[in-house]
Design a protein around this ligand. Sequence first.
Ligand code: SAM
Length: 383
Amino acid sequence: MNELLSIANQNLVLHRHPKNKKETLQAWDSADEYLINYFMDNHLEEKLEGEEQLLILNDGFGALSCFFNDIKRTTITDSYLSLSSIKLNMQRNRCIESHLLLQDSLQSFPENIKVVLIKIPKTNAYLEFLLQKLQGKISADTIVIAAGKVNMIHNSTLQLFEQYIGTTKTSLAKKKSRLIFSQVDAKKEVEEKDIAVTWEIEKQQWKIHNHANVFSRNHLDIGGRYLMDNLPEGDFSKVVDLGCGNGIVGMAALQQYTDAQVTFIDESYMAVDSARINTLKNFEEERSDNARFVVNNGLVGFKARSYDLILCNPPFHQQQTITDNIAWSMFNDAYFCLQDGGELVIVGNRHLDYQDKLTRIFGHCELVTENQKFVILRAIKES
Ligand code: SAM
């Protein structure tokens, strides 16, 4: 797999983080290359003077943040994995740390933005969130360019640029990617709307608030629901909701195990903040005081043998790529962090062979229940 990006007189060594031994995917794509080449061919660095800034939205693994090393820039992402990849790739390529401000999606956009480079995110809701925030920070001479794979750029994508920025056109496709050019209309006044959504889970009468980039944002995930309905019986005291999304599984645990402390973990800043809001909204203080909210890559860095129950509805995507790598690492992390006798309980689509993975790690795996679509699996850490 190619780790060397040679482009516009620079050579960058870029890794995806977390690094897998059998990694087959490179840490940049043709949309990154198209953006970099366009920027350099059109000398956009000359547009940046004094305190004026380059803003990079949604950089995947750091190709853009590392390439523009000489320029003062802010990079914003909702992903802890992206943020860690960018940091590691900056170090790997000896980039000047003080030139880059790395921020998560819930922080404010910087002032003095002159050029904006956007990698198109997976969902329109998150794109809309970014464009709405951007709209308040740009002026008529700000240059806004986005890039993405052709199959990620739809009419609805372009409509969002028209709605929030101004007249929008696209480039020809190169290596299956396209650029989007949006001319800032400074007179545009778009009414600010809350892009987060709220809905209710009838059974528990919980009000669920989801930020723009949260998994299953508009409805209760049926896999998550199945896990909530099949929590193990027992007297658990230290529980983890691993890959918590909006927190529904951890909240079910907080309700069922009345003395337990529950730790909600996700790699999306918006997910962890939604889980926090939902727990505070739907539980009395006495109970929500026993909840912890952590943005992290799985359980990496957590202590061995520190939990007695880990619940997980594992992800099968990393950014745009379908992968079981994350599920695999989560199961390994869980094994490490469970006490002897502690349990990992997961929900998965029937066709994803999690049973085999859990058996390899734990030495056994029990089918708790199943329906037409999902299985609930349980693995106990034996001493
Ligand atoms: N628990 C929620 C539910 O059941 O609706 C969400 C489950 S969703 C299938 C998987 C979640 O794992 C997503 O929220 C995703 O952001 C999160 N995730 C993906 N990679 C992760 C990682 N490396 N560490 C922690 N969370 C991760």
